[in-house]
Design a protein around this ligand. Structure first.
Ligand SMILES: [Zn+2]
Length: 115
């Protein structure tokens, strides 16, 4: 259980929704974190409706974060393989050919495709 950290507890807070308005909490909504034996207490103030709450998280021994879950990411499990593989020579070559024909029109590049 010693591998449980305040950082890990704070990372779990966005999974909890406010009892007052139903909005998920954000990292900046946390006002204090404390620990009492196996129980962590997190004081939060909802950023949407300002209702203050106390979240208690009981953590069983051995239920710490796994190394692969320690990197914060907003990638979905489906996106992860696509964006976490190392860049290889094929990627560099593909970008070279793309940039060779790119006219510099970023506005069109980042616009949603016409429907
Ligand atoms: Zn709220």
């Amino acid at each position: 259980m010693e591998n449980i950290s305040e950082e890990f507890i704070r990372s779990m807070v966005p999974r909890v929704k406010c009892a007052g308005c139903g909005e998920p909490y954000h990292q900046e909504d946390i006002t204090a974190v404390s620990r009492h034996d196996d129980t962590w207490l997190v004081n939060v103030t909802c950023g949407a409706c300002r209702v203050r709450s106390l979240i208690a998280a009981a953590v069983k021994p051995g239920e710490g974060p796994r190394p692969s879950s320690r990197v914060p990411t907003d990638l979905t499990p489906e996106e992860r393989p696509r964006f976490t593989k190392p860049v290889d020579s094929g990627d560099v070559l593909a970008m070279h050919y793309y940039l060779d024909g790119f006219d510099g029109d970023f506005k069109t590049l980042f616009s949603p495709p016409p429907s």
